[in-house]
Each structure stands twice: as C-alpha cells, then as structure tokens.
Write a protein that binds this ligand. Structure first.
Ligand code: ADP
Ligand code: MG
Length: 405
C-alpha cells in the first residue's frame, strides 16, 4: 500500500482526529427509547487503531456518520448509544458532543489531555458533511494536529469528514494518514485489483446485474473464471433463452447480460439447476429443477446441488477467490443453502492455502450468519466501498491521504 499509516508519523502528545465507521445497527428508531447498539462489529474493527493511538500518547477526537438522518432533528441517529458501547469496549470514559463542530466542541477539545476521548455528534447532522463543504472541513481540521481515516466503508464518498478534511489538514501542515483497518482492507482488496495470483476465480451473486455491470466487466479482465448465482443469474439465464417463470429478471438489463456473456465466452459459468418456489416467502413450497425446467408459476430463489458441485470442481486449485453477492435469498433459511454450502466450501479452501476475500454488505452478513466469517482470509467491512475498489475505481477518501515517500 502506497499510503502513509499511523505507523509512519509522530503522534505522541498530539490531538488526533479519527474518521471511523461507527455506522452500526441500532435497537430502535424511536428517539424516546433507550437506544442500544445491536451489532458492534464495526466499533470492534476500529479498536486496533484506537488502542495504538492511545498507547502512543494521543488524545482522540472521533467522528462518524450513523444512518441516514435528514438533519440534526432526526435524534434517533444521535451518537449516544455508540459512545456508551465504545466506552465499554475501550474501558475509558468517552465524552460525547452534541454538535459536530462549534463552540462546545472547541472548548472541550482545548481541555484534552493524552488518553482522553471525545466523540463528535453524527457528521450527517451537519448540512456541510455530504456537500463536502470546505468550511466544515476546515473546522474539523482545526480541532486536531493529525487526521486519520479508518472508515474504509465511507471512503467511496467525498464528504467533509472523509475527503475535504484531509485536504484542510494538509493545508495547515498536518499529516493525513490511514488507520489499520483502512490499511488491512486496502492490502486485501488491493491484491485482487492490482496483481492477483492465478488461478483467480470470482463468484458473483446478489439481486441484480444492473448494480454490478462495471464490477463484472472489471472481474472479467482480472479473473480466470466467474461463477454466477443469486438473482443476477436469472437475468443471464433469460438472456440465454431460458424461461424463468416468476423469477426476478431484469428485462432492462437483458442486452447488457448478452453483451457480458459474449465478452466472457466460456469463462462465465451459470447455474445448471435451481431451487424454485411458489412464492417469495420463508415457508414457500420449494423444489429443485434444471435451469431449462423452471415452471411458469415458480421463481428461482437459490442455486441447486448440481450447480454447487460444479462450482466446487471449478474452485479446486484456485489461489485467489473473490466472492460478492449471496447465491440465493439467504434471509430465508430454506433458500440459504446455496450460500451456506458455498461459504463452507470456501472455508475449506482457505485451509488448503487459497486466499478467499468476501466483499459486499449482504455477502459479509451471509458469511457471518453462517458462522464462517473468521474462517475466510478477509471479510470486508465496507459494502459499497469494497465493490467500487474491486471495480477498479479510485476512492476519494483514500486518494487524498498522504503518499509514502
Ligand atoms: P451485496 O450486498 O453482498 O453486494 P446484493 O445487495 O447485491 O449483495 O444482493 C443481496 C440480496 O440479493 C439479498 O437480499 C438476497 O435476498 C438477494 N437475492 C439473492 N438471490 C436472489 C434471488 N434468486 N431472487 C431474489 N433475490 C435474491
Ligand atoms: Mg447489498
């Protein structure tokens, strides 16, 4: 990785502004409830960076967005539950601010000593955040001596707390560097983009092709084979002339699907059998059919056992596997088998030395639900960001950080 990290700079006695990804799920959307964090994975993921900075004598000013508030009136997205959980995990007091920037923040920051932690209010409570407002960026940078971005999951957005602030920090002569989570993500996903080991097999699934045309195109340039399952397989199968019944098929993407099939030749593998159901429901009546035999009243909700067998054979001997997109509607147990069995298969491959990288929000959730996240080489914490990186895009929140000399 060619970006400086917190290891490369002096932090002792400094005030360090850290952009973290504390966009965690909450127990309630009602601001009058006692809201708690229901999954603290993302807070835990920031711990190596935060602990390192504390051990090296820094005072921490932390900021993150949380949910999609329209303004600071959406109090259910206030950072209070995050501050409470963080304080438990880090075993120190966390002073939570009620604004992102402003007099109360400036006053509190001026009193900080090494080891102190301040958590700013939800960055999206400020109208300047999503506009990448230079004034907000300057106000944020003015709080600290150093800027650290550890929010990989937000790096694809040029917002004031992810992009503008880094430039503002540089303008006042301070460093803007990556945290350890950012470094870990870039190292793992960067391998797949820049110099993947071969054989390199990509696995794609999820709901739609239209979301991921660029990604499939880029993977076709880098990977030796692409195995396709999930809802997007339906559109490809339809493009090949199969009848897909009531399955999710993107009519508007059929031409794109044909173009990609042509581009890929025999390097793109589609399911040979499917699990179909009479309705989109957890308790639907399900059966396994060949791809040419989808009944007109049925919808395909998972890949079948013969497809898994074929994918298994293709994956043998791979040195790198990148997987994005569940193989079926994994939210319903009955249609989670393709996804779960594939995850199990990949966990076995890791044991024999294959590097397996999982990208995408739902894919990470599916692997976690299957209890196999820690068996993979890398499960990305950044949904959209990981996909954009795999597409070969430059992420603004990363590009702006200081280069290694
Ligand atoms: P990711 O977030 O990992 O990039 P996506 O958002 O593209 O993945 O896709 C995940 C969604 O795709 C899941 O909600 C899953 O239920 C849905 N899905 C997978 N297979 C099918 C299918 N055959 N029909 C309808 N939806 C599907
Ligand atoms: Mg998704």
């Amino acid at each position: 990785m060619n970006k400086k990290t917190i290891r490369d700079i002096d932090i002792r006695g400094k005030k360090v502004l850290v952009r973290v990804d504390f966009n965690v799920p909450l127990s309630s959307k009602n601001p009058d409830d006692h809201i708690t964090v229901t999954d603290d994975t993302r807070i835990q993921a920031a711990m190596p960076t935060l602990n390192y900075l504390l051990e090296h004598g820094a005072a921490l000013i932390l900021c993150s967005h949380l949910g999609r508030p329209k303004s600071d009136a959406d109090k259910q997205y206030a950072m209070n539950p995050v501050a409470r959980r963080l304080s438990e995990l880090i075993d120190r007091p966390v002073q939570k601010m009620d604004e992102v920037v402003g007099e109360s923040v400036t006053a509190a920051v001026s009193q900080m000593k090494p080891g102190d932690i301040i958590l700013l209010e939800n960055t999206r409570f400020h109208p300047g955040e999503k506009k990448n407002d230079p004034q907000l960026s300057r106000q944020l940078a003015a709080l600290a001596d150093v800027y650290v971005n550890d929010a990989f999951g937000s790096a694809h957005r040029a917002h004031a707390s992810t992009e503008g602030v880094a430039r503002a920090m540089r303008a006042k002569g301070g460093p803007a560097v990556a945290g350890f989570l950012m470094e870990k993500e870039l190292t793992a996903l960067g391998t797949a983009v820049t110099n993947p080991p071969h054989p390199y097999i990509a696995i794609m699934g999820g709901a739609k092709i239209s979301d991921k045309i660029k990604l499939i195109e880029n993977l076709l340039q880098k990977a030796d084979k692409i195995l396709i399952g999930g809802g997007m397989a339906n559109t490809f199968l339809k493009a090949q002339g199969h009848h897909m019944g009531k399955s999710l098929v993107e009519q508007d993407a059929l031409d794109e699907a044909k173009r990609l099939l042509h581009l890929a030749g025999n390097r793109l593998l589609l399911p040979v059998d499917l699990v179909v159901a009479d309705q989109f429901a957890a308790d639907a009546h399900a059966e396994i059919v060949e791809v040419w035999g989808v009944p007109p009243e049925s919808m395909a909700l998972d890949i079948g056992p013969n497809t898994l067998e074929q994918f298994y054979l293709e994956l043998q001997g791979a040195r790198l596997v990148v997987w994005n997109g569940p193989m079926g509607v994994f939210e319903f147990d009955q249609f989670a088998q393709g996804t779960n069995k594939l995850a199990l298969l990949l966990a076995e491959l890791v044991e024999t030395g294959t590097q397996v990288i999982i990208g995408g929000g739902d894919s990470a959730a599916a692997v976690t639900k299957a209890g196999l996240a820690d068996k993979m080489s890398h499960v990305s914490t950044g949904g959209g960001a990981s996909l954009e990186l795999l597409e070969g895009k430059t992420l603004p929140g990363i590009a702006v950080l200081d280069d290694k000399a």
